[in-house]
Design a protein around this ligand. Structure first.
Ligand code: NAD
Length: 472
């Protein structure tokens, strides 16, 4: 067990200011694997001061200098891919194969995409008698969750640095080891001291101090809708630029004529990936009433193939949830759903067979719930799919949009044109058409309670820029 006692501030690892620590647990064994400092408000002050001191110099750097440093950072991610995957498996419980392919692979793809965006971006444009300059927005507070710990860091820190901003990162207390590894790679990439700073610690202490700090110009937050509202209030008081990537309860709509088995199996893979701890997960599957029982039969046959187990075993497809708290939350939703009259198509409450240690739950498919039942409306953040029948396309659309969220979604149809026509009427930020693939250049973000602002690609870079218009 490692006891880390330093924070990365101003280009070096400084001894922690206070004695308090955060204990990191292995979710598969429930055993402690490390402690990291629980950052104080004084450390946040020091990190913001370092970022402010570095801001003018980094803002004045050329595109080529930024590209060179960020290319070295991306190459560091590539070179340390195995260590990244192992770290995410250890502190999150992500299965080894998924940790390599997605938890380590996606941030590499996202960082590479931002290099392309930076290489081509027009930081200056002519509008009538004005020249409009896109300038770095200043010091960025990045607050990230635990479910895709490196992806969420890279999706904020890399575009912020590419824009010429400097950054203070407060990662989730559940997954600080991935963040420390990222800080080591930043250190090796030769960015100027203070351009990137890391303060580990609790959200209510270090996170709250950072988002309210007067020295911060931009707040970029990913996490729960409840905390997002608090941060929005605090950033609003300081009139800071703000982006919030929050929760979701996305609909996957299977229109008549689609390949039902393909759509249902893709939905199960989507919902059970990362033990269901994915903000974009298609947790509501909408199928035509005439195909409802057939869809449930497919789900009943496929779900038992998702056997929870030891995440370090390369054969494992589903690991534990991140924490005891998260497991209790999912169990409460499952017992509540049963009380609300759900039919258990697969899985259900209780621990998976043979797994009495570790934060495991059973991959579960629920049917026969009313659309307004809690499990059908609220984000569960576990491997739980709710299947709802619809009567016609208008009913499907009403159900899809009858949610406080609007982050992602999917449409399956006999042809892309039919699916696109439906998707255009969905109130949401992204829709995958007939199994469309993740695109690290496409804007990502939500409507309504799923947040404000966009990450990834050109839109993600622009979150960290402010315009200045010069008139001639
Ligand atoms: P969370 O909101 O509890 O915590 C997220 C981060 O905020 C952590 O770093 C935490 O320490 C910090 N934090 C907590 N309270 C704070 C406060 N008062 N001030 C400042 N910072 C504070 O969320 P979580 O449990 O880590 O993540 C799960 C949630 O995140 C889910 O609801 C999920 O849908 C959402 N999520 C959304 C996206 C997205 O892109 N839309 C991505 C991943 C996760």
């Amino acid at each position: 067990m490692e006891h880390y006692a330093d924070q990365y501030i101003g280009g070096c690892w400084r001894p922690a200011a206070g004695p308090d620590t955060v204990v990191v647990l292995d979710p598969a064994t429930e055993q402690p694997i490390a402690t990291v400092p629980a950052g104080t408000a004084a450390e946040v002050d020091a990190a913001v001061a370092a970022a402010r001191a570095a801001a003018p110099g980094w803002a004045a750097s050329t595109r080529e200098e930024r590209l060179a440093a960020l290319t070295r950072l991306r190459d560091g991610l590539v070179a340390h891919r195995a260590e990244i995957a192992a770290t995410v498996t250890a502190e999150l419980g992500a299965p080894a194969r998924f940790a390599d392919a997605v938890q380590a692979g996606t941030p590499i793809a996202v960082a590479s995409a931002f290099l392309d965006v930076l290489a081509d971006h027009a930081f200056e444009e002519q509008v009538g008698n004005s020249t409009v300059h896109a300038e770095p927005a200043g010091v960025v507070a990045a607050i990230t969750p635990w479910n895709y710990p490196l992806h969420q860091i890279v999706a904020k820190v890399v575009p912020a640095l590419a824009a010429g901003c400097t950054v203070v990162l407060k990662p989730s207390e559940e997954t600080p080891l991935t963040a420390r590894l990222f800080a080591r790679l930043v250190d090796a990439s030769g960015l100027p001291p203070g351009a990137f700073n890391l303060v580990t610690g609790l959200g209510t202490v270090a996170g709250a101090a950072l988002t309210a700090h007067p020295g911060v110009d931009v707040v970029s937050f990913t996490g729960s809708t409840a905390v997002g509202r608090l941060i929005g209030e605090s950033a609003g008081r300081g009139l800071k630029k703000l982006s919030l990537e929050l929760g979701g309860k996305s609909a996957c709509v299977v229109l008549p004529g689609a390949d039902l088995a393909r759509a249902v199996n893709a939905t199960l893979a989507n919902v059970f990936a990362n033990s269901g701890q994915t903000c974009t997960a298609w947790t509501r599957l909408l199928v035509h009433r005439e195909q409802y029982e057939q869809a449930l039969a497919i789900a009943a046959a496929t779900t038992p193939k998702y056997v929870p187990g030891d995440p370090s075993d390369p054969a494992t497809r589903v690991g534990p949830l991140v924490s005891a708290r998260q497991r209790e939350r999912v169990q409460e939703y499952l017992t509540g759903a049963v009380a609300d009259g759900a039919r258990l198509v697969a899985g259900g409450p209780g621990a998976p067979e043979g797994l009495d240690r570790g934060y495991y739950v059973r991959p579960t498919v629920l049917a026969d719930l009313a659309p307004d039942a809690r499990a059908a409306r609220e984000e569960i953040f576990g491997p739980v799919l709710v299947v709802l029948p619809y009567d016609d396309e208008e009913h499907a659309l009403a159900l899809a949009n009858d949610t406080e969220y609007g982050l992602a979604g999917a449409v399956w149809a006999a042809d892309d044109g039919t699916a696109v026509a439906f998707a255009r009427r969905m109130v949401t930020g992204q829709v995958d058409i007939n199994g469309g693939r993740f695109n690290p250049l496409a804007p990502f973000g939500g409507r309504r309670s799923s947040g404000v602002g966009r990450e990834l690609g050109r839109h993600g870079l622009e979150e960290f820029l402010q315009t200045k218009s010069l008139q001639f």
